[in-house]
Design a protein around this ligand. Sequence first.
Ligand SMILES: [Zn+2]
Length: 227
Amino acid sequence: MSWRKNQIISHRYDQYPGNKTKIAAKKKTWDSKTNEIKALKSTIKKHYSIVQNDTCAYCRTPVRFDGYGEAIEHIVVKSEKFRWMFHPYNLCISCYGCNTKKGIENTLINVPTSYANGYNDIPLNSNSYRIIHPHFDTYSKYIQETKLLCIPKTTSIKGPETIRICKLNRLDLIYTRARQKSYSKRTLQKILVRVVGDTSFRKEERESAQKMVDTIIDRYNYIKQLP
Ligand SMILES: [Zn+2]
């Protein structure tokens, strides 16, 4: 069972009784090798893996059990706001792909003017963020899945910005969605060929579909040439 798209993060990691005291470590740096920080990070990963039911906050596909090998995701990147790096509202679990694609993109509506904003300056409301914030926003309100692609649902910038910043129509995700539905490659190809010719989809969506179709054809050709 996955974390449903109408769910938001139900609890912060500091709400778990045993975790409260560990937040004292928050002034240390993320990459510190001390046991205190290592324990705190494993606590954070465990917590968000459990409350997100091992599901990526951005693409909503499954991550590995207990987030093993996956990223603890900073919703506002550490290099932008280093004092928010242990803030419970700035953390979640994402898949490796979304974490990497998102990179160091700004996710705040107002481009931050001060790198040194304090721990308590973090905005605790949806409107301050360009992307779907897993603590404040209902995912299904902004993004729907149509023919294996993520399509923005409202005029809010959150849908298009989350899709753009995390590259939610990247090939590995199209493929994952097709597998979740047990589609064969032929079915997947047919659906995407229709998308390519359907002008109700935006240019980027049709390009993603075309890329996947090209990849499928390339793979058929590869197999054909094997002895
Ligand atoms: Zn993801």
